[in-house]
Design a binder for this molecule. Structure first.
Ligand code: KMH
Ligand code: ZN
Length: 311
């Protein structure tokens, strides 16, 4: 698969998986998100993956004004690639999730490659006292929730990405998602080269075991060869082991509080930048790789540039 000598470090600064009661360091308000995204970029992250939250309660929202404020704030401070989510949160429709693409016309956005169970409820059992009323039902609602990404919604998504010249980052939570991507490439609905994000360790997706990462890389190599590049998200405690393994394998890595609240075992990360600094250090130590600049990543992924976005 396609590779850079330097490593593409992405940072997912808040997500819609963790809730405010899990960490005081989880950024919520637009000001916090702009500050965290800026600091993560300054620490070496070239892609900043963003979700937005209700500033009062921290509940995930698809509010487009909040997306515009956060994306515009990070763009004003850095040359990082701002990558809004189309994954959204557990209570959002696909239409609500996709609206950010025509609205902001970002260089990149995430695109989730298959429907799946997305179990957040185990985390609910670890919280003694919730700060907000929405948190417990949000988490426990995932006992009976399907994260929906049908072939129809993917077909619609790819035509929207194409229309707005937004490059999709293909979030793959299982091996079958790679074959879904292959199907859309073979039916000329998804242009190559593609950029794959292997997401391991979500409860309902492929488990976060090293041999599963190797299997995803080997399968992607067989399916796409030089038509794909890859990055990895290890949810929770596997964030740094997988990021380090990716650095050694010529792949790329995502960190951030969306995926893992900890800096090391038993120590909460006090910022996203701390995680970026740690993976940057590990990539240098194990593989002599420095973080790729946003300029390098734009060339590598064929992005349209900051001037072409609508925020
Ligand atoms: N929060 C989950 C729905 C994405 O950003 O595209 C998965 C997610 C993926 O956040
Ligand atoms: Zn996300």
């Amino acid at each position: 698969m396609r590779r850079l000598n330097d490593i593409v470090v992405s940072c997912a600064i808040t997500g819609a998986i963790h809730t405010p009661s899990m960490s005081d360091y989880l950024p919520v308000t637009p000001e916090e998100l702009v500050s965290e995204g800026t600091a993560a970029a300054e620490a070496g992250a070239s892609i900043i993956h963003i979700h937005v939250r209700d500033p009062e309660t921290g509940e995930p929202t698809s509010d487009l004004d909040l997306f515009r404020t956060v994306a515009g704030g990070i763009k004003a401070e850095t040359d990082a690639i701002v990558q809004p989510t189309t994954g959204g949160g557990m209570t959002m429709s696909i239409e609500e999730r996709m609206a950010v693409v025509p609205e902001l016309e970002p260089e990149m956005a995430s695109c989730n490659m298959g429907s799946m169970n997305f179990g957040l409820y185990p985390m609910s059992e670890e919280i003694e006292e919730f700060k907000y009323d929405w948190e417990k039902p949000y988490l426990n609602g995932t006992w009976d929730h399907i994260f929906t990404n049908t072939f129809e919604s993917l077909r619609t998504a790819f035509s929207m990405f194409d229309e707005h010249d937004t490059v999709p980052e293909l979030e793959c939570y299982d091996i079958s998602h790679l074959y879904n991507a292959k199907h859309f490439v073979e039916t000329d609905r998804l242009d190559t080269p593609i950029h794959l994000q292997f997401v391991l360790g979500i409860h309902g997706g492929i488990a976060a075991d090293q041999y599963h990462l190797q299997h995803m890389v080997d399968t992607a190599e067989r399916l796409f060869g030089e038509d794909a590049s890859w990055s990895v998200v290890g949810a929770g405690r596997m964030q740094f082991p997988f990021g380090t393994q990716a650095a050694a394998m010529g792949g790329n890595a995502r960190v951030g509080l969306e995926d893992n609240l900890y800096l090391e075992r038993g120590v909460l990360a006090e910022s996203n930048a701390e995680q970026v600094e740690r993976i940057t250090r590990l990539a240098w130590e194990v593989a002599g790789r420095e973080p790729a600049s946003p300029k390098q990543v734009r060339e590598f992924l064929g992005l349209k540039g900051q001037k072409a976005v609508d925020f």
